[in-house]
Design a protein around this ligand. Structure first.
Ligand SMILES: O=C(CCCl)NNC1=[NH+]CCN1
Length: 332
């Protein structure tokens, strides 16, 4: 098997939403594919109406193939402090033509306000390692883990774009989506994430610094949260930039010309264009102050390399066969 699904950015590339078919007849929901978590959960008919504001709802009672997983519950919280919880069904799930007949579909009975306010996001599809799936008492597998043995190649790929639709592919590495070679680097899956070593960094008129740091490839996080000293050095190159203590984030004049940010993987070097780092207005009511796409990580011990970084490359999430999992990066 192999398949391909179009993924479409919300405003400011806040997140990328991908249609997923669930149940019989198919109910199509737009989900946030998240390599930083491992639960597939959806807005559902079981939610109180006060928690729903336009999202599509999965209704297991309308699916002839839905089966409740008796006694199973789930409860998740994310790096941005959003959260959700509920109960568990199994049903047919189809992503870009790749189908698994008994995927754990975690239906929400509670969602935090960030999810209620996010009107086009109908739930998340976790693509981190199944070791951090939150279903109890019996942990469930991710969609990728479930389809892995049927895929032509043990991979999924992310081709996210700046302010434009991209694709998530399963089971195939599409050569038309990148240029040059793919540089692979080993993944440490012990925390359940796609964690790897960033070889170093550079920006503006400074030379590349071979100062490695650990990070996770996280399609579910909007920005790139990097070591605080690197973020500080980057924004010292931006006239008028300051650390907004209230936000704990760097802001700058919207007409700033931001330097490109270079990151290293092995011997390869990739460029995040400065344009991507001029992420958005801080506040719709103030057109002069803008918010940075590079921000300091919260000292959690690793960087969170989210969409700001990922969208500048073509990324291969490779489960490996005998070998350990690995990440591949290519220019595009
Ligand atoms: O939770 C994280 C960070 C893990 Cl360290 N990423 N995934 C995600 N999904 C929704 C918001 N963020």
């Amino acid at each position: 098997d192999s398949g391909s699904a179009k993924t479409t950015p919300e405003k400011d590339d806040l997140e990328y939403l991908t249609p997923v078919s669930i149940g019989t007849p198919p109910q199509v929901l737009n989900l946030d594919f998240d390599s930083g978590s491992s639960d597939l959960w959806v807005f559902s008919s079981e939610l109180p109406q006060s928690s729903v504001s336009g999202q599509s709802l999965y209704d297991p009672s309308k699916s002839s193939t839905a089966e409740e997983v008796q006694g199973a519950t789930w409860n998740i919280s994310y790096g941005d402090q959003s959260s959700s919880n509920g109960i568990v069904y199994r049903d047919v799930v189809n992503v870009g033509g790749v189908e698994f007949k008994s995927q754990a579909v975690e239906i929400a009975t509670t969602v935090s306000s960030q999810f209620t306010r996010d009107t086009n996001n109908d739930g998340l599809l976790g693509l981190a390692f199944s070791s951090i799936n939150t279903v109890q008492p019996q942990q469930e597998k991710t969609f990728f883990d479930n389809i892995l043995s049927n895929l032509d190649a043990p991979v999924w790929t992310a081709d996210l774009k700046y302010h434009a639709p991209g694709t998530y592919d399963f089971g195939v590495i599409d050569k038309s989506k990148y240029t040059g070679d793919i540089t692979y680097t080993d993944v440490d899956q012990s925390d359940g994430f796609w964690m790897f070593d960033v070889a170093g960094y550079g920006f503006g008129n400074s030379t590349f610094k071979a100062a490695p740091f650990k990070g996770i490839a996280d399609t579910g996080t909007t920005l790139a949260m990097i070591p605080a000293e690197i973020a500080g050095a980057y924004y010292r190159q931006v006239k008028g930039a300051k650390l907004d203590s209230q936000q704990g984030a760097y802001v700058f004049p919207c007409d700033s010309v931001l330097p490109d940010f270079i990151f290293g993987v092995g011997n390869a070097r990739y460029t995040i264009p400065g344009k991507f780092i001029n992420y958005s207005l801080l506040d719709e009511s103030d057109p002069t102050t803008c918010f940075g796409g590079l921000q300091p990580d919260m000292g959690i011990g690793f960087a969170i390399l989210g969409d700001i970084l990922l969208k500048s490359t073509f990324v291969v999430f490779d489960a490996g066969t005998e070998s350990t999992p690995r990440l591949g990066f290519a220019k595009k």
